[in-house]
Ligand binder design. Structure first.
Ligand code: SF4
Length: 231
């Protein structure tokens, strides 16, 4: 089978106070939005590197306090994460599926599976109060670090690491990173909302089939339009 063709372009972006020049490579032909997620991960990495330059970051491998927060996931990233999970050995998948089931049960018991009109902030605080570790967290480190969601990449702090475990996170100082993850959510249908990463497997049971296919460059154009609307 012939290798899939790819197209590369150099993005020049002004995001917040940052000027980013970053090469981006995407499939040339029609693909699902999930197939341009790796390109967006590279872009977020570049934005984060620029945002954290010169700052003393407290985040370290083995400190997973922030991995008990509500991680909002779009359909686009969810599809990509399901591919990541599907590629794991069966034994590892079984461990993850059990953790996802436990997280879902904890959210259901706390009546937090559905948003029920709650403001995002209220939902996030209640979620963090449950102390549910992300199913991907292993020994307080991310077990899918190269494939982790965009929003996880964007969260870094300069305050002492101990503060991140506090119930209301008082004194936590996140690095102001322009949120590429928000613009990336615009790749999915407008009728689709985000959901907590802990409900990934639950969502997978009833996920909408199909979905739009566009060329990689068309997806990036759509993403950039979303960026300009937010900026
Ligand atoms: S995906 Fe990884 S970085 Fe993100 S919350 Fe889960 S364990 Fe933490």
């Amino acid at each position: 089978m012939a290798a899939e063709a790819h197209s590369t372009a150099t993005l020049r972006l002004s995001v917040g106070d940052l000027r980013i020049v970053h090469p981006i490579t995407v499939p040339t032909g029609p693909v699902a939005a999930a197939d341009v997620v790796p390109a967006l991960q590279g872009l977020v990495n570049a934005v984060v590197a620029a945002a954290e330059a010169g700052k003393a970051i407290s985040c370290r491998k083995g400190c997973g306090a922030c991995c008990r927060q509500l991680v909002p996931i779009s359909r686009t990233e969810a599809e990509r994460l399901l591919e990541t999970v599907a590629a794991l050995p069966a034994e590892r998948r079984a461990v993850l599926e059990a953790r996802f089931a436990a997280a879902e049960a904890a959210l259901a018991a706390a009546d937090l599976k559905e948003r029920k009109g709650r403001p995002d902030r209220e939902l996030s605080t209640a979620y963090f109060g449950l102390g549910i570790p992300c199913p991907f967290l292993e020994d307080e480190s991310c077990s899918i670090h190269p494939d982790r969601p965009l929003v996880c990449r964007e969260y870094l702090v300069t305050s002492p690491a101990d503060l991140c475990a506090g119930p209301a996170q008082e004194g936590v100082t996140p690095v102001p990173v322009p949120k590429i993850s928000l613009a990336a959510r615009g790749l999915q249908d407008e009728s689709e909302d985000w959901f907590p990463l802990a409900l990934l497997m639950d969502w997978a049971k009833t996920r909408p089939k199909g979905g739009a296919r566009r060329t990689g460059p068309e997806w990036i154009q759509k993403f950039l339009k979303g960026m300009s609307r937010k900026g």
